[in-house]
Design a protein around this ligand. Sequence first.
Ligand SMILES: *Cc1c(COP(=O)(O)O)cnc(C)c1O
Length: 721
Amino acid sequence: MQIHRPEGEPIPERIHGLADLAYNLWWSWHPEVRILFKQINPHAWRESIHNPVKMLQDIPDSFFRKVASNPEYLRRYDISMDRFSRYMKNRNGWFSEKYPSSRALTIAYFSAEYGLHHSLPFYAGGLGFLAGDHLKECSDLGVPMVAVGFMYSQGYLHQRILPDGWQDNFWENLDRDAAPVSRVMAPSGEQLVIEVPHITPPIYVAVWRADIGKVPLFLLDTDIPENSQANRAIASRLYTGDSEQRLVQEIVLGIGGRKVLSELGVDFSAVHLNEGHSAFALLERIRELVEDGLSFSDALYRVRGTSIFTTHTPLAAGNDIFPLSLIDKYFSSYYPALGTDRLEFFELGRNPTDPPGGFNMAACAFKLTAFHNAVSRRHCGVTRQLWRQLWPDLPEKKTPIDYITNGVHIPTWLNPRMERLLSTAISPVCPHWQYEHDNPELWELVDEIPDKELWALHLWLKAKLFNRIRERKRQRWASLLKEPINLVADGLMLNPSVLTIGFARRFSAYKRADLIFHDTDRLKRIVTNRWLPVQIVFAGKAHPNDTEGKEILRRIYRHALDPGFGGRIAFVEDYGEQTAQYLVHGVDVWLNNPLPPMEACGTSGMKAALNGVLNCSIRDGWWLEAYNGKNGWAFGGESWSPERNAQDAAELYYLLEKEIIPLYYSASLDSIPHGWVQMMKESIKSIAPVFSSRRMVKEYVDRYYPSLLTCAETGFSVCPI
Ligand SMILES: *Cc1c(COP(=O)(O)O)cnc(C)c1O
């Protein structure tokens, strides 16, 4: 790869491989490579917001000359380059050992968002991070995969909190040429641009590529001069615009995405839909088979047999539903191309429990795939209830929807210092334990770590979080000139010796960010206790159209301004991947209190747990599977009632007053709260291996791969579907 350096000389030959490292997000989950960039110049690294492409473009030649003549730097550089090239070439590993003959079966993964790193703002929340972690893990395990998504030129909203607590949204244009993505070129030497097939008026899509280790992610960009002004905006932002724009987005992702893969000659034999937004990709596969001479129903059968659908939504209304008039507008020339007619097409998107409804993308995804899964055990039950009418002849227990509980990519979310501390206990027994970090037995060794060391590291991570909050505020202070009281609410008074609760997630109403304020006076007494104080740090964005979410945020911010809370409540602006990293490493307790059963799974609590942050969570989503009585706290009821909020809040206060606060402040003479540290260890060892994306991806492969293979290899004559 080349780094374009408008104002400088090319990178010296000796360290030229830095460009290859910069353009593969592999660096993002390898701390020793990140240090290689940081060592060139820590300020430049910080200023680039940890984006090596931008940094290597901007810095003066002298910085390169300096490290290129430093033997210690070169030694580390050579080690990293060697590791990178061995990683990229390695075709052995868990997958190829287990499925030696199945190289040919590449999976095409489609998702509307990807959370990979903050330099690529292609995510809004958990769904995106799940997709990003999935790709990283497939790369690590050697599962053959290509991925398709959007180049959102403006990403998701940025958030500024106005002095009265109202969320102000703004967008920033991504400088694509300074991001870790590259243009996909056509034979003409220009960037590849395709036309979305069978859609009128025409839509053009330029193609970019991000490399996630061994997995290429192709990104579709509609913001190009070939398109009308309206079409340029199709994929500029996540989840905005009206129903029609959403429909066109999903046409571009599915049909355009499929076209891009065929244009590039990318072979794949199976498709994985991460949520229903991309279901049209399967229609396009059907259309191709029909073009080759199959009937619509034969083509549908084949496509189903090689397609997986992961659903994330516990509400039928949470899925996209398009008016049939809009479907007619865009698809009328597509019906005959599929070898079908309008009514049969509408049938694909019909939700049987909502007869007059429009075209439901989740229904469509269920009907076009043979393999379906929810994302936690609880979510599976809810999903079966929602969709069992798609299989009216089967009893509910036989409804063909499984679950594979989500997990997080350990190298991405485990703090590097924490990894080193864990290694001191695990490496003597298993030197390359990182390659089998889904083995729970290894994690038992966490008990060997001295309490003193784990506690010292935890306090260091906590101080790092508060320093980061202050430093960010300092940087924006001059431009914003808020009142001093706002700086209290923004977190400048946080104290590392005080028990700290973190709550950070999207501000959707069902997540009940303000539940803990249900009894304001009681909470005031808790947080301002003279001897056993508590502080709470909030972060999260409300969707631009979500007035209710913005109201909740404003209420919380006003509490943070209220002197009655003694400066113990803070709200950190503009939650994203980077802030998430600091928070899940550095608070003491991770609070989660959605309204059951709305949290299909939840993943931020997993990230917290593996860093020794204790979960205090409502009984919903993943926590129902993870909580074992000694690795955190569970509270709240599982069924809805009018007193739900009051009861859940009361249970939370009770837990805080009777268990959490006393345990935290129970330090013995050596100043270490051994009971708390014991619980941290229990949390790390019981949660990290099980709620890892390694366990998750292995489960996807083991569950579905043999059937997908049978279908593909037998020409669908003995498909087990
Ligand atoms: C992990 C993560 C999420 C998802 O967290 P949930 O617990 O599922 O709400 C959202 N945003 C960011 C930035 C994350 O890192």
